[in-house]
Design a protein around this ligand. Structure first.
Ligand code: PHE
Length: 456
């Protein structure tokens, strides 16, 4: 077998991981969830979920990857009983399916770069969206985006992923900051900031059981957790250093991009008097395009805005593809470019239904994002926390090879807090798929208990 590839530098690993994390989740999914779940109230819960669940969970994936130096399937197999490989396989399939529709949405983004440049959507943002979201346009741009993704992954870890994310991630950060500065100058920016930044705590306490699972799910999605991307990337880390330090940089940068993206989207929407909140995968495209078309310099800003979204999507999609390619490279005797092309083609085909029907796309997104990711994250945390256990705590602080008190604290946090929180999220989500409103059931049960205990 060939010698396993590694990152050329520690910064390379950090930027690749940030590239994976920062994506459609930050600029498309996050503002849309925020809008749907009550603005600033959601922001608060989301930030808490990133801190309490996302950050410790990303470290669990890093430990699994760096210790095993294997792809996600064999990482479980090498560090645990071979049956745990099934969990790795679940992660692999989840990543593959996410890639298949992620590429369709990213294809829309590419289409909108063209649409902004030509002004094609200026006449009717809704009509434009319905024209391009499904059908031949969607299929063609889906194919184009997949081809870009395959090309980068074909070049390998160091010359493909590391090199490209070293360019992409700093560009994303600079462009998003620039856009936020521009958005600050818009009339109506203040109303946008108010919706986004002033939490309405009444709304929050009223909807806690629906807001919390959505925020936990988003914390996992945005940090690329639950499907092996961070395991795979950490498996290419060559040297021994404290992974927690890298984890902090990655989580802080990813969160900053999400928060700043909100500082772009909400002022733009309010500048046009569009209240955010219509749900649906296309909402942000229609409303952003509508708002941009009415603003001065809307075309240029449109190209820049959708351009940065496309770059962010690409640096995430390569991590999705790499999870599967890494497994095949480790196990089959074919050249990496052949394997990357084969997986890309397969993901293109599996994604086709979502390029022909947006309901299919929502189904793919819901099943993977709300069910399979939390399930994968839950099983992974159980494995690292309870099965791999104390060795995991030692691996986290590798320079000394000994678990220090904060490493042990992390382990117990995984074992108890995260296992319970993610299990809770999973129950609520599973209930939703089965048509049961768990939040409603719990609330009414609780009020019955209260009513009984006060003797009503
Ligand atoms: N984190 C990416 C985003 O926010 C999505 C993603 C999920 C990428 C899972 C890889 C794995 O868009």
């Amino acid at each position: 077998m060939l010698e396993r590839e590694t990152w050329a530098s520690r910064v390379g690993f950090i930027l690749a991981a940030v590239g994976s994390a920062v994506g459609l989740g930050n600029i498309w999914r996050f503002p849309y969830l925020t809008a749907e779940s009550g603005g600033a109230a959601f922001l608060v819960v989301y930030l808490a979920a990133v801190l309490v669940i996302g950050f410790p969970a990303i470290l669990a994936e890093f430990v699994l990857g760096r210790r095993s130096r294997r792809n996600v399937v064999d990482a479980f197999g090498d560090l645990g009983h071979p049956t745990w490989k099934a969990v790795g396989a679940l992660a692999l399939v989840t990543g593959f399916v996410i890639l298949s529709y992620y590429s369709v949405v990213a294809g829309w983004v590419l289409r909108y770069i063209v649409g902004s440049a030509t002004g094609a959507y200026f006449g009717g943002p809704e009509a434009y969206y319905s024209a391009i979201a499904v059908g031949m346009d969607a299929v063609a741009f889906h194919a184009l985006f997949m081809l870009l993704t395959v090309t980068i992954v074909a070049f390998g870890v160091e010359r493909g992923i590391e090199l490209s994310t070293k360019v992409m991630v700093p560009s994303i950060i600079l462009i998003v900051l620039g856009l936020a500065a521009w958005a600050f100058t818009l009339d109506g920016a203040a109303a946008g900031y108010a919706f986004y930044l002033e939490p309405n705590l009444g709304e929050l306490t009223g909807n806690l059981l629906t807001v919390v699972p959505a925020a936990v799910g988003q914390a996992l999605f945005t940090l690329s957790l639950g499907m092996g991307a961070m395991v795979t990337y950490a498996s290419y880390v060559g040297d021994d250093h404290d992974l927690a330090v890298d984890g902090v940089s990655i989580v802080v940068l990813n969160t900053a991009v999400a928060v700043v993206a909100g500082l772009v989207v909400f002022p733009v929407l309010y500048a046009r008097g569009i209240a955010p909140g219509e749900p649906g995968a296309g909402a942000i495209f229609v409303t952003m395009a509508g708002a941009l078309s009415a603003l001065p310099a809307g075309r240029i800003i449109g190209v820049v805005f959708f351009g940065v979204v496309a770059i962010a999507a690409l640096s995430s999609a390569i991590s999705l593809l790499e999870v599967v390619v890494s497994y095949l490279v480790d196990n089959l005797d074919y050249p990496r470019p052949v394997l990357a092309a084969a997986v890309g083609l397969a993901a293109f085909l599996v994604g086709l239904p979502t390029a022909l029907d947006t309901d299919m796309l929502s189904t793919y997104d819901a099943v993977t994002g709300q069910l399979l990711l939390p399930l994968g994250a839950f099983l992974l945390v159980v494995f690292v926390g309870w099965i791999y256990g104390r060795e995991a705590a030692a691996e986290l602080g590798a320079p000394t090879g000994q678990a220090r008190p904060h490493h042990r604290g992390w382990l117990w946090h995984l074992r108890l807090v995260i296992v319970l929180a993610v299990a809770g999220t999973l129950v609520v989500s599973a209930g939703k798929f089965a048509g049961i409103d768990v939040a409603e059931v719990v609330t009414s049960q609780a009020s019955e208990v209260v009513a009984e205990s006060v003797g009503l």
